[in-house]
Design a protein around this ligand. Structure first.
Ligand SMILES: *[C@@H]1O[C@H](CO)[C@@H](O)[C@H](O)[C@H]1NC(C)=O
Ligand SMILES: *[C@@H]1O[C@H](CO)[C@@H](O)[C@H](O)[C@H]1NC(C)=O
Length: 460
């Protein structure tokens, strides 16, 4: 196990009291935090001082401040700081020595998104406007209380969604006049192709919350085709003609009090089926968490795309559970940008962008990450005590990735050794032995024993 920074700090503090370290000058880093975790002297400076291997540090979980000090370089911070943000982003404050060059920002927290508050619900979005790299996909986080309705509507983008909590009733309507109703729970998905009209309504005691995904980064949740708005903006004479009713009946329909609004509590699906109900030939919903998992030695991945959820032609996704100390292996995706949403835990991700450029970002629950197509990356479970649960989402019909490990195993070993170990044949042999099975292990269990000096083999 990597020693916990707090444990290291404890020994560093002992060390401090008996050696000649001068107490560092007071800076805002030394202000005690509410949880009392940060006492004098400033902790982070010592545990993270030297680490040629750039191991991960869960500064948020440990309640310590990262400082821009690394392997003998850098120094303290004197100016103002946002303590919480620094602790949430240790790899921005103190990037691994392998980071290099310029990469755009690839992280956004839904906590930084504006919330639109409506009757019995709310919504907030992460689009290309919040995160410039979010070009292929826009995400919307929405909450509907019990009985609260997201108005009947449609849009030009396809909509995919993952239920984060609670229960929700979905309805949809297809081009052959077929209709669809289903009740979903945490871990379930829906997909509505471009233009297919639909509605959502919170069920149960507390309604629901979900993540909506649209297959265009400049989508706006505020610009959808709404039933009430269309009626409002059509000459009443035409509406009357269309529905074969007198025009005065439509005088009091107003667009402004809809969008998200408190509705009546729905009955069971069977009781609510309209007389004209013709079951759609499409299956618009899917139970993602019931999908058979691809097991790795350090976790599992559940993949849902058009191969097991045929209607989902433009969105593919993986649901990952990453175990203690485990690693979503080094890989890349050839067919789409990755748009990831962190449901639980904390993670470290380094994105390799070619031309020697690489940058590391930290993510926690509620964060969005983008990894542009083909850029190499990994996901490390940063936390020592919290599960890491992530959705990897793509604007693609199939989930595709390349495993570096597997590629190395399935390439002539002479070639591999010539590239990586030309002057160190002994290490080349060991490497070759490790990769020769060429098993794809999507999530790898902990490997290093955490010893400062070494790349020794752990419990694998
Ligand atoms: C609904 O929310 C309340 C308050 O947060 C909570 O106590 C209750 O357990 C929730 N009910 C369900 C079914 O989740
Ligand atoms: C992430 O790691 C922590 C401990 O290292 C573990 O408790 C947690 O279960 C892991 N997450 C998952 C999803 O396995």
């Amino acid at each position: 196990m990597v020693p916990r920074p707090s444990a290291l700090f404890a020994s560093a503090a002992v060390l401090l009291s008996t050696t000649a370290f001068a107490a560092p000058t007071r800076s805002s880093y030394q202000e005690p935090l509410e949880d009392g975790a940060l006492q004098e002297p400033p902790v982070a400076k010592y545990p993270f001082k030297n680490d040629p291997y750039d191991r991960k540090h869960d500064t948020y979980g440990e309640g310590v401040q990262p400082l821009p000090i690394r392997n003998g370089h850098g120094t303290s911070v004197l100016g103002p700081v946002n303590l919480d943000r620094d602790r949430q982003n240790p790899d921005l404050v103190r990037p691994p020595s392998t980071d290099h060059g310029i990469l755009p920002n690839l992280r956004w927290s839904f906590s930084d998104s504006h919330i639109r508050i409506e009757e019995g619900g709310w919504t907030r979005q992460t689009t290309v406007r919040e995160l410039a790299a979010s070009k292929e996909i826009a995400g919307v986080n929405m909450r509907l209380d019990a009985g609260v309705i997201r108005e009947l509507h449609w849009h030009k983008e396809a909509e995919w969604a993952y239920v984060l909590d609670g229960k929700v009733r979905v309805t949809a309507f297809d081009t052959d006049g077929g209709s669809f109703m289903d009740d979903l729970e945490k871990g379930d998905l829906w997909y509505f192709p471009s233009g297919h009209p639909h509605s959502l309504q919170g069920l149960g005691e507390n309604g629901t919350e979900f993540l909506l995904i649209f297959d265009s980064g400049d989508f706006s949740e505020d610009s959808t085709f709404l039933l009430n708005e269309w009626i409002e903006h059509t000459p009443k004479a035409v509406v009357a003609e269309n529905f074969r009713l007198p025009p005065e009946m439509f005088e009091n329909i107003h667009e402004k009090d809809k969008y998200i609004f408190q509705g009546s509590i729905p009955d069971s699906i069977d009781k609510e089926k309209p007389r004209a109900f013709k079951r759609s030939k499409h299956q618009y919903t899917h139970h993602m968490l019931d999908t058979p998992a691809q097991k790795g030695s350090g976790g599992q991945a559940k993949i849902v795309d058009s191969r097991n959820f045929p209607i989902s032609k433009t969105i593919a996704a993986g649901h990952l559970d990453i175990e203690p100390g485990a690693l979503r292996e080094m890989h890349w995706h050839p067919n789409a940008d990755e748009w990831s949403f962190f449901i639980r835990g904390r993670a470290r991700v380094t994105i390799f962008a070619a031309e020697g450029n690489a940058r590391t970002f930290d993510y926690m629950a509620g964060d969005v990450g983008v990894v542009p197509r083909n850029m190499g990356h990994f996901i490390e479970n940063l936390s020592d005590d919290e599960p890491l649960e992530v959705l990897e989402i793509f604007r693609a019909d199939e989930f595709q990735d390349f495993s570096l490990f597997q590629w190395m195993g399935e390439t002539p070993q002479r070639l591999v050794k010539d590239h990586l170990f030309q002057h160190d044949p002994k290490s080349g042999e060991k490497f070759s032995k490790m990769v020769e099975s060429a098993e794809k292990d999507v999530i790898k269990s902990q490997y290093y024993d955490g010893k400062e000096e070494g790349l020794e083999k752990g419990e694998l």
